[in-house]
Design a protein. Sequence first.
Length: 242
Amino acid sequence: MFSHAAVATLNDLEMQVYHCVIKNRDAVMYMTIRELADAAGVSTTTVLRFCRKLNCEGYSEFRVRFKLYLEQNEPPQPKFGASEIISFFKSVNNDEFDGLLDRAVDIILSSERIIFVGAGTSGALAKYGARFFSNVGKFSNHIDDPYFPVTNDMAKNALAIVLSVSGETEEILRFASQFSLHHCKVLSITSHEHSRLTKLADFNLSWHISQTRIGGVYDVTTQVPVIYILEALGRKLANKIG
């Protein structure tokens, strides 16, 4: 029901409905459309658009199909947020997402240099990605300073793999723009399909987990999907290189 293709079509407001449904899976089938809209902080019109993007005629059909989905496909869900991670893995466990990974690997293989880019937590993952790719035989560097100078020499025949949860961090957007201006391909990995970073990139791999901040400032969003994507790409690379 929540395929990667369907979730990727949701805009920001519809994603709020999606995350609300995932977090309140046991109560959703008993909610009215108004109650779900209020819980998600959106309008009933947004809920209806969300339903239609999941190939449901309306909210009533969505509730019926969602109940069947839980009964037929959902194992008992552990607490403490594991349900969202399980939902992510289900959304990418298909041929469509596997095909996206294959396309990304082809871009990586055609590039002479791989440069991982990120800031903050994404910077730490950029370092991890560079080491993982180097381990499998594709030497890579990482940059965790968004003010690092981008030159023609470093960007020549290179691919910048840019990591960002929101895809809206100004410093990262500026950095990605610099790579593009120097004719360097950009592959973005972000949780927002319609972010500005996605629009700047030549190719994008998206993951869908609700963003979590402490005090509205400190981002503690799980990075499990990013690690999975990096390792999946690395293993596919190893198979093709070997």
